[in-house]
Design a protein around this ligand. Structure first.
Ligand code: TGC
Ligand code: FAD
Length: 407
């Protein structure tokens, strides 16, 4: 407990656990949204206030996945928001999907991760590349949270370069035999369904759907994470797993399969990062007006104002980037490189803001009374997964020069 010297500080301490977040819209970007977008966003914001904010610091501290949130996430339409309603999904547009991710990550990156993986990395490939039988079998149960899904692309020795993966499928009549391992897989220890990418005997990457309980499939949890602590992460180990050919995604081969899913998820992260940044800014703004040093609120010092002014400027730029990306995505015109730019810019922006906001909170900023340190730690993962900060830079570099730095 901090030593409290005056009434103002006591007030801050008492109210720190309440979620007093309000959104920030310096450029009236709400005017560019439809009423439906705002309704969706506000509903998710309220859900996060009621369900996530009161518990997230404790779950994060205990490194425990708040699994009870799955039902609520399904109810608010967070799983596959922009996939068709006929499969039990949200049937919303890409802007609504983005806004939902923004609000979830305002609560915690791990909560947004759960929705990203389920919707964009598991449901989306089944919808886009799966057979009608696969869609009907899996999508409704993933949408309503009855099934948890995970996505296995990264391997212990192949992260940024997934095309070098060694997990492999050997033809065995009506089945394939799968061997190999995947690393850093969100939700693998609790997953009922795994979308896994592996090479066939011709070296062609294929997607397969695995189900919990298949002989030879195991998913040990990875412990000791100092980031994304409220999210469950594990490995996937395949020892002669027999995968019926009916479980192969029939409509895609090659790396563009998993990379298309990543485009969908990276788009959501570009929005989600804004949520984490807004939460840090909001907390810092409020704290700086309440915290008194040298006889005046610290918000009155020019150096604090510089931090806050730069934060809201960067948030506003990120919001405009995301909004424009959303309008392109709604028309099916957002390119993978445009998505990379937004993911990279917005996550880096959020991480910088989390660090600055932490400073504004002084010593209190390193405690779990305020969200900045948790967001900061989470964002270190977000900067790395779904393509690292530098990989996205090289994607932009390749797009503008036409020259490939990876090969
Ligand atoms: P390259 O030769 O460039 O491309 C292979 C094929 O894929 C196509 N393509 C894409 N298609 C759709 N969306 C994209 N974003 C695409 N990027 C490329 C490309 O046109 C080509 O198609 P075709 O028809 O010619 O075959 O591939 P490369 O091997 O040179 O790799 C390029 C690179 C490095 C950019 C790519 O491998 C990459 O993005 N690496 C980063 C890996 C990554 O992001 N891993 C993420 C793992 S999943 C995860 O982190 C989940 S976190 C979950 C959570 O939220 O909790
Ligand atoms: P590496 O690829 O080894 O990179 C190490 C460093 O080298 C990075 O800084 C990178 O930028 C740099 N580097 C690599 N290549 C180049 C280059 N050509 N030029 C310049 N620099 C380069 N994966 C999944 O498949 N599914 C999941 O659900 C999933 N969830 C995750 C959850 C968490 C908590 C984490 C931490 C990761 C998750 N990942 C998941 C894996 C994630 O996508 C990888 O960690 C990421 O792609 C980077 O791979 P790597 O960790 O092997 O790093």
């Amino acid at each position: 407990m901090a030593i409290i010297e005056n009434g103002t500080a006591t007030h801050i301490q008492k109210n720190a656990k309440q979620d007093r977040f309000r959104g920030h819209d310096y450029y009236n970007i709400d005017d560019l949204l439809d009423t439906e977008h705002i309704l969706v966003r506000d509903a998710v914001r309220e859900w996060v206030k009621q369900e996530v904010s009161p518990i997230i610091e404790e779950y994060s501290e205990r490194a425990e996945n708040p699994r009870h949130l799955v039902k609520g996430l399904a109810e608010i339409g967070a799983f596959g928001p922009s996939l068709p309603a006929e499969y039990g999904c949200g049937g919303m547009d890409e802007m609504s999907y983005g806004l939902i991710m923004q609000e979830l990550e305002r609560g915690d990156s791990g909560v947004r991760s759960a929705a990203s993986v389920q919707g964009s990395l598991v449901m989306y490939p089944i919808y886009r590349f799966g057979s009608e039988e696969q869609r009907k079998k899996y999508l409704p149960k993933l949408a309503n949270g009855e099934f948890i899904g995970c996505f296995g692309l990264t391997e212990p020795n192949h992260g940024s370069d997934p095309s070098s993966m060694i997990s492999n499928l050997k033809d065995d009549g009506d089945s394939y035999i799968l061997n190999g391992a995947k690393m850093w897989i969100t939700n693998s220890p609790i997953a009922d369904v795994c979308v896994v990418w592996a090479k066939d005997e011709e070296g062609v990457i294929r997607g397969v759907i695995l189900e919990k309980g298949m002989k030879g499939l195991s998913a040990p949890e990875i412990h000791g994470k100092l980031s994304l602590r409220a999210s469950c992460t594990g490995e996937l180990v395949f020892e002669d797993v027999r995968v019926p050919k009916a479980n192969v995604l029939p409509n895609v081969t090659g790396l563009k399969g998993p990379l298309s899913c990543l485009s969908k998820a990276r788009y959501g992260i570009a929005w989600g990062a804004i949520g984490a940044a807004m939460d840090c800014y909001d907390s810092a703004l409020r704290y700086s007006k309440e915290r008194v040093q040298f006889g005046k609120p610290i918000a009155q010092f020019q150096l604090t104002q510089k931090k806050l002014a730069e934060m809201i400027t960067e948030i506003t730029k990120a919001q405009l980037l995301a909004w424009r990306l959303g309008t392109l995505a709604n028309k099916g015109k957002a390119t993978p490189a445009q998505i990379s730019m937004a993911k990279r810019n917005n996550v880096h922006m959020a991480l910088e803001i989390a660090r600055e906001a932490r400073q504004i909170h002084g010593g209190m900023g390193i405690t779990n009374e305020y969200p900045c340190m948790r967001h900061m730690m989470n964002l270190e993962t977000v900067l790395t997964y779904e393509g690292t900060h530098d990989i996205h830079l090289l994607i932009t570099g390749m797009d503008v020069t036409g020259l490939n730095a990876f090969k």
